[in-house]
Structure formats: C-alpha cells, structure tokens
Design a protein around this ligand. Sequence first.
Ligand SMILES: Cc1cc2nc3c(=O)[nH]c(=O)nc-3n(C[C@H](O)[C@H](O)[C@H](O)COP(=O)(O)O)c2cc1C
Length: 362
Amino acid sequence: MNTIGTLLRLTLFGSSHGPGVGCVLDGVPSGLYITEDDIQRDLDLRRPAASIGTPRVEADRVELLAGIQDDFTTGAPIVIFIANHDTDSSKYIKFRTVPRPGHADLTALNRYGDTVDLRGGGQFSGRMTAPIVAAGAIAKTMLASIGVQVAAYTQRLGCLVDEKERYLKDIRHASRENPIRAADPELALDMINEIMAMKEEGDSVGGVIRCLAVGLPMGVGEPYFDSLEGELAKMLFSIPGVKGVEFGSGFRSAEMRGSEHNDQFIIEDGEVRTITNNAGGILGGLSNSMPIDLRVAIKPTASISREQRSVDLERMEDTTIKVDGRHDPCIVPRAVIVVEAATALVLADMCLRGDFIAREHR
Ligand SMILES: Cc1cc2nc3c(=O)[nH]c(=O)nc-3n(C[C@H](O)[C@H](O)[C@H](O)COP(=O)(O)O)c2cc1C
C-alpha cells in the first residue's frame, strides 16, 4: 500500500520518470503556521551534493496544491507536488530483461508483470522519498507545537564511525553544515575522501544514520501491535536502501547483562529520568520521556559502475551487466533528512492518536 499512518495519513503518488512525485497528507490540524520555504528548506537537504562526487541535478521545487492557505493549514488534506526533470528513461529498457543486482527490477517484474514502470526505478526509486521529506517538514511543525524536536546525522560511513555521544542541540546545526550531514566536521572530511575513493573504484559504500527526538511526553505509543518501536520501524523500513533499524543499545543489548542494560531511574528537576538510555526512549512500546534514540543502517548504493553477474530473463541464461551513467557512491547523506522526516511523521501521528497533539489547532 502507498498510505501510512492512522490519524496523520500520508499517501505517496507518482514515479521516478513520470511527470512528478507527490503526497497527500491528511489529518494535519487547522491553524498551523507553515510556509513553503520551511518545506523547501528540508527538501534542499535531500539534494545530492556535487562536492561528494554526486551528479549535479536541478533543484526540486515544492508546489503546495491544497491544504495550506496564506501560510496556515486549513484542516483539509495537504497536497504537495514535486515535478520531475532531466529524465532519460532509455537506459532502463534493458533492465526488464537483465535485472540490476541490488535493485527491485526482478522482484517488481515478477510481482506486477510486464506493465510495471521500471523507469528510473519507478515506484521503488529513492525519488519517492522527496514527498516524505516535504510531509516530514509539516510533521516537525506539528511536533514543535508541543516542544518535540527531531534531528538526525550520519553516524557511520563504511568503517568510519562517530563514536561520540551527541545531543540534539549539537547535531541540529552541525549536521546541516557539511554535505555528509555528519556531526563532526573533521570526520566529515574523512567521509568525503572515503566516498571519493569508492567512486574511483566504481564501487559504493553504506552507513548508519542516528536520529534523536527530544521532548516527547511519556506514554506515546499504542501497544500491543502499534507500539512506538513497531510503528517507527515500519516507516523506516519503507525507505529504499534501509536494511536495519535499532533502538537504544539495539543488537548490542544481546551481549549486555541486566545490571548494565537496565536504565535506572532518578529524579531530575522534579521529573523521573533514567541515568542511561539503553531503551532508546521506549519501554513497553511507550515513550518514557527520555530521547528517542534510533539508528538506521543503509546499504551501499546498488548502482555501481563495475561489471556484475546477472541473468537474461528471455534466454534464461547467465550474463553480466554494467550499469552505465553517473552514480551516487553513497546515499547515506541524502537519506539523513529522509530518516528525520519519517521519524517525525510517525511521532506526529502517534501524538495525535494519544491526544498529545490536539486534532484541531485553536
Ligand atoms: C534518498 C535516496 C536516494 C537513493 N538513490 C539511489 C541511487 O542513486 N542509486 C541506487 O542504486 N539506489 C538509490 N537508492 C536506494 C534504492 O532506491 C534501493 O536500494 C532500491 O530501490 C532497492 O530497494 P531496497 O534496497 O530497499 O531493497 C536511494 C535511496 C534513497 C533513500
């Protein structure tokens, strides 16, 4: 399905090489102040950066078609359109017969048959994340109205890891000031060099994006099946290229002892807090008022310029494939704002569901 959310419902439409991509965001309370520039600012962060060897492309422009009037939400569904440009679909024809490793060509052909749109990856393209980012900017505004802030950064790129503990206030601006979206400007330089090296080798590299959300009140989540972790994971796994999601100490929890993993309680400024945050801000599927702390593993870009093994589906025999064109050797920096948006959309929906955000702004 192309719709996600319960009270804040996001529906995506469009495809990579059609007229454009967009979304309908329903359930946003009326009277919320949001300008086109606020949305455009986030969309610009998703743009590939030429300084890290990615192709220079025309900037996406957001078009607000409905639901926002004179910079205030009207309560009607918000409709956003982002036109496609510079699309050359000719090179995608051969992938219908010889599918690209790491892409959805083979699975989509099998599932939908010959009429499936595979131009530019069709509906499976990373381009579908542009409207997610636009909708996410609106979700962030909803969250800001109750004092919740969300920010993400590149924590790992290949073997280069930012080991430092980071706080939202530190990463918010830092991660926007370099094309890697790293919190540490020096590490960002090493990461740029790593991406350039991958480009030279005709290869690609993946990484980890960490996202923090602070200010979320205690009790957000709808257990049993709509736990906060479950809803976030579902949304985050919808982002193309995501191969792992973990909360707090995540998979590392398996090697810890209870005495080490338990986040012990203290009273701080009259509030119940925990000394550590191994739970990633979620206990029993409900927020516990500590920062939501999640990590998303992104695989290395599937399109690489090296020759790879594939199959000829007409002849049913082995063959090789070389994916021509300009390639983005790492999608992690572009996916940072996508993870931020996806997280904000889920948190805003869950806040509406738990009545932490009023359904109508008054
Ligand atoms: C913002 C963004 C941009 C992407 N750009 C590319 C790209 O340029 N080349 C590529 O091979 N994959 C790219 N991807 C990932 C592919 O769309 C994805 O790996 C592919 O559709 C298969 O889906 P899966 O990895 O989720 O199984 C991008 C993903 C995102 C989130």
